[in-house]
Design a protein around this ligand. Structure first.
Ligand code: GMT
Length: 378
């Protein structure tokens, strides 16, 4: 199949997932055309079946806000017409679903009928999309997509809660390539971070308010009273200056390190002993799944779709939003003795395997095949 994928090329989970999906489909022989404004972060190296089309948004003195959506829809039309694209798969509704609708209409005028799949990822629904600034367009373009998928049951029900739509939503869980993450930790790297054999706690996010990174620090400081530990904060975003200033005025703060944005999470996660994700909301929590695939137990909140991936008392523990005492107590339960820690590590990996790329990709391929069959029949 010739598949065009539209996504955000940045470090966010939706872009990561879309890129990994494209890469594995290309390995399986499909031709994948990424249409984005920048090369996706996880798309490096040469692959004969992968093509990257950059969306250029020319500026003009009149444009206070360059019309990205128009440029994107035009790029979609161009790629579909010139590369015999069979279907368009857009990740994150805003503005990809409405740009796809526009492209579909333009192509229909030329007698080219292109099916569109929209995958909802989270904040496109729960945070940004439901804001009335965007919701009429998001509602319309979801209804107009040929297929709508969501990355968790929770996101599916949140979509029906916030939007008056009648379209059915198919849940296709996010996935992880377990083989890539389940690596042996590099001892020298581990020693560099924790020279005294301290436990290594990791958090990775885009440092937005919804991630509650201050709760990561609070949980760590409580845990640090009970066991020697180091905290690695990975990622960057609007809350980082606030978190940095929060971690400048305490003795234990020397044990907290900011690593910034990192592309090779599979090299860092294996040295971790525990992953913290105290988010206010996660539709899924791909970062937690990647941690589990690296055999790292997860302490998270029970918000959104997190209970669908983090199993209480098995792959880790969940607490109510903001309950840092409970999160620290749970972290201690996991790390308190080596035997328990080993068990949680094993269980975290077993849980990640349920979401292995090998199980999820056939669902996408079956969906594509079904969609192409029904659209050629009609
Ligand atoms: O986590 C973010 O804020 C980024 C956002 C995105 O769209 O890139 O992530 C969302 O999609 C991920 C991939 O499906 C999910 O794993 C995240 O849980 C989801 N984030 C939220 O719902 C806040």
């Amino acid at each position: 199949m010739n598949i065009a994928i539209v996504c955000y090329p940045t470090f966010g989970g939706s872009g990561v997932l879309a890129t990994e999906l494209g890469k594995v489909l290309a390995d399986k022989g499909h031709n994948i055309h990424f249409i984005t404004y920048q090369q996706p972060v996880r798309l490096s190296g040469f692959h004969t079946n992968i093509f990257y089309h950059e969306v250029r948004v020319p500026t003009y003195p009149l444009f206070d806000f360059p019309p990205y959506e128009t440029a994107l829809a035009s790029a979609m039309v161009d790629v579909v017409l010139n590369h015999q694209i069979d279907l368009l798969h857009v990740h994150y509704a805003i503005p990809h679903a409405s740009a796809a609708y526009m492209a579909k209409q333009i192509l229909a005028k030329r007698d080219v009928h292109i099916p569109v799949i929209t995958t909802l990822h989270g904040t496109d629904i729960t945070l940004v999309g439901r804001d009335e600034t965007y919701s009429p367009v998001v509602t319309f373009s979801m209804e107009e997509s040929d297929v709508l998928t969501a990355v968790s049951e929770n996101l599916k029900s949140e979509t029906y809660r916030y939007f008056n739509i009648h379209k059915s939503i198919e849940v296709i869980y996010n996935f992880v390539d377990v083989a890539r993450f389940n690596k042996k930790p590099v001892d020298a790297f581990k020693k560099l971070i924790a020279p005294g054999g301290e436990k290594i706690i990791v958090h990775a996010s885009n440092f937005r308010k919804v991630k509650r990174v201050d709760d990561v620090v609070k949980t760590f400081l409580l845990l640090r009273k009970q066991i020697p530990a180091k905290l690695l904060l990975i990622g960057d975003g609007p809350e980082r200056p606030h978190i940095e200033s929060m971690t400048r005025h305490c003795e234990e703060c020397a044990d907290i390190k900011f690593l910034g944005k990192q592309e090779q999470m599979e090299d860092i996660l294996p040295i971790a002993d525990l992953f913290l994700l105290p988010s206010e909301y996660e539709s899924f929590g791909l970062a937690a799944l990647e941690a589990m695939a690296a055999e790292v137990p997860v302490i998270s909140t029970n918000a959104g779709g997190l209970p669908e991936i983090n199993i209480q008392g098995y792959s880790g523990f969940m607490s109510d939003i903001g309950d840092v005492e409970d999160m620290a107590a749970n972290a201690f339960k996991v790390l308190g003795d080596d035997e328990t820690h080993r068990l949680f590590k094993k269980q975290a990996l077993a849980q990640a395997k349920k979401f292995d790329i090998q199980h999820i990709i056939p669902t996408y391929e079956a969906l594509y095949t079904r969609l192409l069959e029904t659209s050629t029949a009609s």
